[in-house]
Ligand binder design. Structure first.
Ligand code: GLV
Ligand code: MN
Ligand code: MN
Ligand code: MN
Length: 396
C-alpha cells in the first residue's frame, strides 16, 4: 500500500506532499482508496460530504465499528500524517481476516475529506459537515487563495456539492470510531512505547490578523514617515512567542500574505494567520487576547490599523473514558495515555459517536514536514494494536 501511495501528490523538489482537497493529487488518493476497497471486496461509498467509506458487512445493521483517518496533507506535509491511519486500517482488516475473525458487527474504513484545511483555511471540513459542526451555508462560503469556492472545487473534481450538510443517519450507524495516527510529538519516544492512546485534544484555533499601513517607496520614504505594517507584524510575531511561552501555550504564525509584495515597496497590507493552542480554554483565550492587544498597541505606534478575525475554533476534546479504557484493556493495559495539541477528525466526531485514538511512535516528533517519519516496526505494532482493538470491539 505504501508503494502505491508514495508517489501521489509528492512534490519533486521538496519531497513533501501537496495533497490538498479536491485537487488532482487528492483525486489520485481517492482513487487509491476506492481501489483498496474494491480489491478487498468491501462495499465502497462516497458520502454527501465527499468522505469515502469501505464497508465489510451491512452498515444498516448499526453499531458499526469504524476506523480510518485522512489522505490529504498540509503544504509539503509528510507521508504519515493521515495516510498511516488509512493504510493501517486496511492492514488491520487484512490481519483480522487472516486471524479468521468472525465479525458480529459491520466494520468500515473511512477517509475523511479535507482534514488539514490547507486549501480553504478550515480543518476537518468533511467530518465537521457530517457532524453538523459546519453548516452547508458556511461551507459554501469557503474560498481558496485563488478565490475558488469549496462547491466550485468539488464540482471541478467531478463531485456534486449539492447535498453537503449534516449526515446524522450515517453517523448514527457508528457504535465506535477509532483513528490511528502517527504521533506528532515525542511523548512515545521518550516513554519508550510504540503505541499510545489519546486522552484529549487541546483547544485550538486560527485567527487572521490584518495589518494595514501605507504602500510607499522603499528608497525615498523617510523611516519616520512610514506606516509600515511589516514592522507591526514582526513585533506581533515576537509578542506571540513571548505570551505563549509565559502561559505554557503555543502560538505560531505559519502563513503570511503581503501586498503589494514588492522588494522595493513598503507594504500596504500584511495578513498573518495565527494558530494558537493550549491545554485549556482559559489559557488559550488569555494568550490570544494578549497577542491581539500587543498587535493593537504596536499598530498604534506604527500608524498601522490592526483587525483580527477568528477563522476557526475547536474546543477541548476529552475522549470518552469508557471506550478509552476498553482500548487500554484490549492492549493489555500497557499503552500510555497522552494528550495532543493536534486536531483530528476523531476529535470532531467525538461529540457525536464514541471515539478513541491510537498514536504510533514518531522517533523525531517532526510532523507537518517532509521529514516526518515512523519506523516500520512501530507501524506494524500499530496495525497489530488496531487489529486487536477492532477484534475486541467488533467480534463480541
Ligand atoms: C492538523 O493536523 C492540525 O492539528 O492543525
Ligand atoms: Mn496534520
Ligand atoms: Mn492528521
Ligand atoms: Mn490534523
Amino acid at each position: 500500500m505504501w508503494r502505491d501511495l508514495a508517489p501521489l501528490g509528492r512534490h519533486a523538489a521538496t519531497g513533501g506532499y501537496r495533497r490538498h482537497a479536491w485537487t488532482p493529487a487528492d483525486a489520485d488518493c481517492r482513487a487509491w482508496f476506492a481501489a483498496q476497497a474494491e480489491s478487498r471486496g468491501l462495499a465502497y461509498e462516497l458520502d454527501r460530504n465527499g468522505n469515502q467509506w469501505a464497508w465489510l458487512g451491512d452498515p444498516a445493521a448499526g453499531d458499526a465499528v469504524v476506523t480510518g483517518s485522512h489522505l490529504d496533507s498540509v503544504p509539503d506535509g509528510g507521508a504519515f500524517d493521515g495516510p498511516l491511519g488509512v493504510v493501517s486500517s486496511f492492514a488491520a482488516l487484512d490481519e483480522l481476516r487472516r486471524r479468521g475473525a468472525e465479525f458480529g458487527k459491520p466494520l468500515a474504513v473511512v477517509n475523511f475529506g479535507d482534514e488539514e484545511g490547507a486549501r480553504f483555511g478550515l480543518a476537518c471540513v468533511g467530518s465537521r459537515l457530517s457532524a453538523g459542526q459546519l453548516t452547508a451555508e458556511q461551507a459554501r462560503e469557503l474560498r481558496d487563495a485563488d478565490g475558488v469556492s469549496l462547491p466550485e472545487a468539488m464540482e471541478r473534481a467531478g463531485y456534486d456539492p449539492g447535498a453537503i450538510g449534516p449526515d446524522p443517519e450515517r453517523l448514527g450507524r457508528i457504535g465506535a470510531f477509532v483513528e490511528l495516527h502517527v504521533e506528532q510529538g515525542r511523548a512515545l519516544d521518550l516513554s519508550g512505547d510504540a503505541v499510545g492512546i489519546a486522552s484529549a485534544i487541546w483547544p485550538h484555533g486560527r485567527w487572521r490578523f490584518d495589518f494595514r499601513g501605507e504602500a510607499n517607496h522603499a528608497g525615498t520614504t523617510r523611516l519616520e514617515d512610514r506606516r509600515d505594517p511589516m514592522l507591526t507584524y514582526a513585533n506581533t510575531v515576537l509578542a506571540a512567542r513571548k505570551k505563549a511561552r509565559l502561559a505554557g501555550a503555543l502560538a505560531t504564525f505559519g502563513k503570511v500574505a503581503v501586498e503589494p509584495n514588492g522588494v522595493n515597496a513598503i507594504p500596504s497590507l500584511v495578513r498573518g494567520w495565527l494558530d494558537s493552542r493550549a491545554a485549556d480554554q482559559e489559557t488559550l483565550d488569555r494568550v490570544v487576547a494578549e497577542i491581539e492587544q500587543a498587535a493593537a498597541e504596536r499598530g498604534a505606534r506604527d500608524g498601522v490599523d490592526v483587525s483580527v478575525v477568528r477563522e476557526s475554533f475547536t474546543p477541548v476534546i476529552e475522549f470518552g473514558h469508557a471506550l478509552r479504557d476498553e482500548l487500554s484493556a484490549l492492549l493489555g493495559g500497557k499503552a500510555p495515555v497522552l494528550a495532543t495539541g493536534a486536531g483530528h477528525d476523531a476529535g470532531i466526531l467525538s461529540g457525536t459517536v464514541p471515539t478513541a485514538m491510537l498514536f504510533v511512535r514518531n522517533p523525531t516528533g517532526v510532523s507537518h514536514s517532509p521529514d516526518e517519519t515512523a519506523a516500520e516496526d512501530d507501524c506494524l505494532a500499530g496495525v497489530a494494536a488496531l487489529a486487536d482493538v477492532l477484534e475486541g470491539l467488533a467480534c463480541r
